[in-house]
Design a protein around this ligand. Structure first.
Ligand SMILES: Cc1cc2nc3c(=O)[nH]c(=O)nc-3n(C[C@H](O)[C@H](O)[C@H](O)COP(=O)(O)O)c2cc1C
Length: 278
């Protein structure tokens, strides 16, 4: 079959919409002349009719979403025989960041580093192109538990650079990475050159919303260029991130009840002492 006639499927998982926006951006960069279906994960029952599959996800706890793992697991046999590409959106796009957790070896995080685990786990799938783009987070729209997690991580992470706190919209996506990703798919799978005039397609990501609702003039985080390397071992946490968050939550949620128990005990003690004094 002529390569440019290949049938593609882009399947994505998105909670708040950033990954969905990127999915349609990639479709346009690949070009409407090429067959590419864009579907949410829940809409896909089989990958068999397609020649190549692009799998996109948001990031949670340094990995693609659980549903993405489940999707790859479910279609593993088919995916291992097809041309596959992976991409994700994420908060951290600086791929030189080291996460230092006492007791385990420091490891690189952010962007494409978040694929380390899924690539190892499903080594039968050999993606031709992978992309870790950065992403968008609209703080007031987060569900309560997500907001709590983001608050806690924000407080615990000793980050230089990213002006995170106080912003309603946090952006870290590097547009060139999306363009390079789609360009590589055109070259490696469809055997067409990457599109040269990519600027019009940035409309999928453009936004003039202010970063902080309380200050219209506040600029969003400047994502920098594809080659930006900060090389700072930025994040230090005293324990595994999920344990730290869990402990904090337990402490926060128990804070009220524990204080009430102590105050009851202390009132009971007063009461018993006053009876004993009678
Ligand atoms: C609770 C929570 C946990 C997150 N964990 C990570 C993470 O470990 N690493 C990272 O770079 N980004 C992380 N992010 C950022 C999201 O992956 C990012 O904003 C993404 O673009 C959201 O995609 P969506 O709008 O398609 O859901 C997290 C966001 C939330 C709300």
């Amino acid at each position: 079959m002529e390569n440019s006639k290949k049938k593609g499927l882009l399947v994505y998982d998105s909670i708040y919409g950033a990954t969905a926006e990127v999915a349609y951006w990639i479709k346009d960069l690949i070009g409407k002349e090429h067959y590419l279906e864009v579907k949410r994960q829940g809409q896909v029952t089989t990958v068999r009719p397609f020649d190549y599959i692009i799998i996109g996800s948001y990031t949670r706890r340094e990995k693609p979403s659980k549903a993405t793992y489940a999707f790859v697991q479910k279609h593993l046999e088919d995916l291992s025989q097809k041309q596959v590409c992976y991409f994700l959106t994420c908060g951290d796009s600086d791929e030189t960041q080291l996460l230092n957790i006492p007791g385990s070896p420091p490891h690189l995080i952010a962007g494409r580093n978040y694929f380390t685990d899924i690539l190892k786990k499903f080594s039968a799938v050999k993606p031709l192109v992978i992309g870790g783009f950065g992403g968008r987070q609209v703080y007031p729209a987060l569900h309560l538990m997500d907001r709590l997690t983001v608050d806690l991580v924000g407080k615990m992470a000793k980050e230089s650079g990213a002006p995170w706190q106080g912003r309603d919209i946090w952006e870290s996506l590097i547009p060139e990475r999306v363009e390079v990703f789609a360009g590589e798919i055109r070259e490696k799978i469809l055997e067409k050159p990457a599109k040269e005039d990519v600027m019009p397609y940035r409309c999928y990501w453009q936004s003039i919303l202010p970063a902080a609702l309380s200050d219209d003039g506040m600029l969003k985080q400047d994502p920098g260029k594809y080659t930006t390397r900060l090389s700072t071992p930025k994040v230090y946490l005293a324990g595994h991130i999920s344990e730290v968050i869990l402990k904090r939550w337990i402490l926060l949620s128990l804070n009220g009840p524990i204080r009430r128990v102590f105050s009851c005990l202390s009132r009971a003690e007063h009461f018993l002492t006053s009876i004993a004094m009678l």
